[in-house]
Design a protein around this ligand. Structure first.
Ligand SMILES: NC(=O)c1ccc[n+]([C@@H]2O[C@H](COP(=O)([O-])OP(=O)(O)OC[C@H]3O[C@@H](n4cnc5c(N)ncnc54)[C@H](O)[C@@H]3O)[C@@H](O)[C@H]2O)c1
Length: 466
């Protein structure tokens, strides 16, 4: 290379670095700028993750809450929380400026993206929302801003996919005009103990300065503190590792439950006995659904495949967990047959549609597999849920939500989700729901083992628990 050209490019790099220090060096005080009201924080995507995060930040700084879903924005503006994750009273008093006007993002110097990352039908990652949210942010991005991703992604998405989109849409240069970070979300829906404030928040940044800025801002809303991951990729990978680990541990318990069922042993008795060992992990069998544990491992599997590695263990765990709805439904069918019931047309009530107890989220709920399997056998399957929205049930399960006061003449009851409302049911109340036909025995299928087997058996019913 011509020495002059080489010197000139060196000079350009040095100048860019000095410029970058000047424009962004000040912004390691982004936290102070936000606290002084000189800049705003924006959350893009106000769902289960984004909404509580926006509420928490709005107690400290000015927050713009942006979502493409205008109906959702209207609900928040009218004081209705579609996620059920916001503490009572918080929405009424919050100062969040809810909007579906993307130009409002121009007012924000710190933008957090918390949009969904589901999977496609072929179980490959669906980055559609992340890409479109990034295009939106890019169009409105101002110099000196930080963009932090919270959506669960595989390592490299933030840097290799999002940065080029942000640069293209904004005409700005990453690292010079704006910076990016990643902070995986660990909140657990319905869990009031492990809330945003009480869990350690992983933060990461594209360089030391960004890491300081991101850590400083998140530190405003976490009592447990922040953990500075060594890179954005490490933070992205950690989220996948945490969820794949949980998925696999539950898959093991599910496999154990299938095996113990075959040899006629009660899983809960084996687990109780096993728990006396110091290193027992405390997992239980169950239906794994929802937007995270049942999905994120596929991001792991997908990226492993792109580098020629077959993530066999993670995939097997997924297969086991995805098969549990059918396993449970088949146990119900076999209980009907053992109880001399006619399967076709039997009244089976499924209690609980959501993917976990006390939350209203039906996304990726494996209860759907139970219902579909029962329908294949011609069973008259009815679905109840005290928390899930009627419309969501209609969309997801293609049926109306049944009412608890209408339960009668049941041949089998399947308790699929351990909502508190179900845990509080009395055995006498449940007993009244069964059909009383001579020579027939009704059954209870208790997926989360919220009832006592002996009580139902002493009442003359068949009981099966996972
Ligand atoms: N739900 C959880 O418990 C949980 C926990 C940890 C991590 N995560 C991860 O957090 C992310 C968000 O999950 P969630 O459960 O909050 O999802 P969600 O579906 O509840 O909410 C996402 C919101 O983003 C909005 N949105 C979609 N595309 C948009 C766009 N282009 N621009 C603006 N808004 C857009 C949607 O309208 C929706 O309101 C996902 O990556 C998920 O894997 C979720």
């Amino acid at each position: 290379m011509d020495p002059f050209v080489e010197d000139a490019s060196l000079l350009f790099i040095c100048l860019s670095m000095i410029y970058s220090q000047k424009t962004l060096g000040k912004d390691e005080f982004m936290r102070e700028k936000l606290l002084r009201g000189e800049s705003k924080l924006a959350i893009v995507g106000l769902g289960y993750v984004g909404a509580p995060l926006a509420i928490a930040f709005a107690k400290k700084v000015s927050v713009i809450g942006y979502d493409v879903n205008e109906e959702k924005i209207r609900q928040y503006q009218n004081g209705h929380d579609p996620t059920g994750e916001i503490a009572p009273g918080d929405l009424e008093t919050t100062t969040i400026e809810f909007t579906s006007d993307q130009t409002r993002l121009q007012e924000a110097g710190f933008i957090i993206v918390a949009v969904p990352t589901p999977i496609n039908r072929d179980k490959s990652p669906d980055l559609g929302a992340v890409i479109s949210a990034t295009q939106t942010v890019g169009k409105q991005l101002q110099k000196g801003s930080y963009v932090v991703y919270e959506s669960t992604v595989y390592p490299g998405v933030s840097e290799d996919i999002c940065i080029p989109i942000l640069e293209k849409e904004s005409g700005l240069v990453c690292g010079v005009d704006f910076k990016i970070g990643y902070s995986p979300e660990r909140v657990n829906p319905g869990d009031k103990v492990h809330s945003l404030e009480n869990i350690i928040k992983i933060v990461s940044g594209m360089d030391e300065e960004t890491l300081d800025a991101v850590a400083g801002v998140y530190d405003l809303v976490t009592k447990a503190g922040v953990f500075r991951a060594s890179s954005i990729r490490v933070a992205e990978a950690t989220k996948l590792a945490e969820n794949a680990q949980r998925d696999l541990n539950i898959a093991f318990m599910n496999e154990l439950a299938i095996f113990l069922d075959r040899i006629g042993l009660e899983t809960n008795e084996v687990i109780e006995t096993m728990q006396t060992k110091w290193n027992a992990l405390g997992f239980f069998p169950g239906l794994v659904g929802g937007h995270c544990i049942g999905v994120d491992p596929y991001y792991f599997i997908f990226q492993a495949e792109t580098v020629g590695y077959d993530a066999q263990l993670v995939l097997t765990g997924r297969k086991i967990n995805d098969s549990m709805g059918i396993f449970v439904a088949d146990k119900a069918i076999s209980a009907l047959i053992s109880g001399n019931k006619r399967v076709k047309g039997a009244n089976v009530y499924v209690f609980g549609a959501t993917f976990k107890e006390n939350v209203g989220d039906v996304r990726n709920s494996r209860v759907k597999d139970i219902i579909m399997r029962l329908c294949e056998y011609g069973v008259n399957a009815k679905l109840l849920d005290p928390v899930a929205d009627e419309e969501e049930i209609r969309k997801t399960f293609k049926r109306d939500k049944a009412k608890i006061e209408d339960v009668k003449d049941a041949d089998c009851l399947i308790f699929a989700t351990a909502h508190d409302e179900y845990k509080n049911l009395s055995y006498e109340q449940i007993d009244r729901w069964f059909r009383n036909s001579p020579g027939e025995v009704s059954s209870v299928i208790d997926v989360k083992r919220i009832f006592d087997k002996n009580r139902f058996e002493s009442m003359g019913h068949i009981y099966w628990g996972l």
